[in-house]
Write a protein of this length. Structure first.
Length: 542
């Protein structure tokens, strides 16, 4: 929370502004409520989609009231007068925006685009503000009046439910974030880094050595760091070096644009440094670092390590792949079209991603309900809640469970939860034998202690790396990884989610000293969506 004005709920009319031309001639009836009230006609309410005349009249009155700073009147022309009134009041008071001029564009049906030009002022300093937005006119449910369908984005496209606008001295100095080689990182060049850069500023603005300025910001309802929109008085930006690689980040940004609801992370296995983090999501959530979803068959890397470390099976030992496998009354199947193989080895079942082979082996002695959890925590550093990456992150969850969920967990379903950061780390640990906690900012900056784990025996790591190589060249990952030179390996996954007709796509792989993992929610098989994303990132990072 910054200093100065607080983002409190404000009722009533916000400060009168110097109105723009164009809509002042409309007569604003302030007595009407958001859905009709006393201003409603005594005749039967209209029904159906508002016509173009109604759209023009409603938007004209709304824009005129907004321009004049008449929050109550403008809010009464929406279908949520209370929420609209709060935000429109804050627009003039906390955000200190005046001299508003709104220019509508050509309506498409009931949707009207428009541009806003205004002035933001604070302690004698003023700056122009301009942006584009849009609104939609709908029919009031009870009165039949044509009303603005209220969304916070009507006021500014960056606003979501519960957000508000504030102009004040910033709580944290600005930062100039740079990559590992000194290249400046901005949200304009790398859009999905926006929330990451905001968090880095919140956490490290003071440590980076800058001084605060005065800004118009979006104050978020969920306590996320403020999102700056306009700088009125420049602060001094402190320089913050990250572990990111501008080249790998650019490739990651481009790759995730191919698929909606996708995320990817790349790390440097020899150090744990994060080279790239990118998301392409409607909600703006950093699922790459904070997601909590089933990882599908990419989990078989950890399960295979458990089998090898406990002496159940090495990569060349038998691991038959039958059509089905039953564990405590629940029957598990393989992907459609997979041929059974009674003579398969663990390596063969791994590269083909045979579910039944792994489920058949999880009841072998000395394995218990806690074995997978122990392997994940003690060897791979997962699920202990102690990763300190430099920004908010989730370090996986592999609970000790009995019943059908024990079998499901072995193939990345059930109660297991991961994200691309976790699975990129799993690959890094698998191919080096050493767990190095991923991080985005050097721990030397704030003396934080990185998580520790004992890693894998050399023989286990060697077998996992070889099985991943086979998967990338002969198995389910071969198509996605084709054309990549050097030492490569991979593992595919598809995770079924209750209520979704299409599974989540997962893929993790390595090339040289780069490991990457991606997920595409409802993307299908691992090689179809997540695979091309990882391959593109590995191609840039090799």
């Amino acid at each position: 929370m910054g200093k100065g004005v607080k983002a409190a709920v404000v009722g009533g009319v916000f400060a009168v502004m110097v109105g723009g031309a164009g809509y002042g001639a409309y007569n604003i009836v302030s007595a009407v409520s958001g859905d009709g009230g006393s201003g409603a006609s005594a005749s039967a309410p209209k029904t159906g989609t508002p016509d173009k005349d109604e759209v023009a009249e409603t938007t004209g009155k709304f824009f005129a009231a907004w321009e004049k700073g008449q929050a109550t009147e403008a809010a009464a022309l929406t279908n949520n007068a209370e929420a609209a009134g709060t935000l429109l009041s804050a627009y003039g008071e906390e955000a200190r925006i005046s001299k508003v001029r709104i220019t509508p564009g050509k309506a498409t049906g009931t949707t009207v685009p428009f541009s806003v030009k205004a002035t933001v002022s604070h302690d004698g300093t003023s700056k122009p503000l301009s942006y584009d937005s849009e609104l939609t006119v709908v029919r009031g449910k009870t009165t039949g009046r044509a009303l603005v369908d209220w969304q916070p984005s009507v006021v500014h496209p960056e606003l979501k439910d519960g957000d508000t606008l504030v102009t004040e001295e910033s709580a944290k100095p600005p930062i100039k974030a740079v990559d590992r080689n000194g290249t400046v990182l901005t949200k304009d060049t790398y859009p999905s880094l926006g929330p990451v850069l905001d968090t880095l500023r919140e956490r490290y603005g003071a440590e980076a050595g800058g001084t605060p300025g005065v800004e118009l910001v979006v104050r978020h309802a969920d306590q996320a760091p403020d999102t700056p929109l306009l700088t009125l008085a420049e602060g001094k930006a402190g320089k913050l070096r990250t572990t990111l690689s501008a080249g790998v980040q650019a490739a990651a940004e481009k790759a995730v644009q191919r698929f909606p609801e996708s995320s990817v992370v790349a790390v440097k296995p020899s150090t744990g440094e994060v080279l790239a983090v990118a998301n392409h999501r409607e909600d703006g959530f950093n699922a790459a670092f904070q997601g909590k979803v089933a990882p599908g068959s990419t989990m078989k890397i950890i399960t295979a390590a458990m089998l090898i470390d406990n002496g159940v099976a090495s990569m060349n030992d038998p691991a038959p792949c039958p059509p089905t496998a039953t564990w405590q009354s629940q029957t598990f199947k393989n992907l459609t079209g997979m041929e059974p193989n009674d003579n398969a080895t663990l390596a063969n079942s791994f590269l083909r991603s045979c579910n039944t082979a792994f489920i058949k082996l999880i009841d072998e002695k000395p394995l218990t309900d806690a074995s997978l959890k122990q392997e994940a925590e003690e060897r791979f550093g997962l699920g202990r809640g102690d990763w300190k990456t430099g920004i908010a992150s989730f370090d996986g969850s592999v609970p000790a469970v009995s019943g059908p969920d024990r079998a499901a967990g072995a193939i990345g379903q059930g109660q297991v939860q991961m994200n691309p950061l976790n699975m990129a780390s799993v690959t890094a640990t698998a191919i080096t034998g050493t767990f190095r906690q991923p991080y985005l900012v050097s721990p030397e900056l704030d003396d934080r202690q990185l998580a520790q784990a004992k890693g894998l025996p050399a023989s286990t790591a060697a077998q996992l790396k070889q099985m991943m190589r086979l998967t990338a060249t002969q198995g389910t990952a071969a198509q996605a990884m084709s054309g990549l030179g050097g030492d490569i390996g991979a593992k595919t996954g598809s995770a079924e989610v209750t209520g979704n007709a299409t599974s989540d796509s997962w893929f993790t792989g390595f090339r040289g000293d780069v490991a990457a993992a991606a997920m595409v929610q409802q993307g299908g098989h691992g090689g179809d969506a997540a695979g091309p994303i990882v391959a593109a990132v590995l191609r840039a990072g090799g």
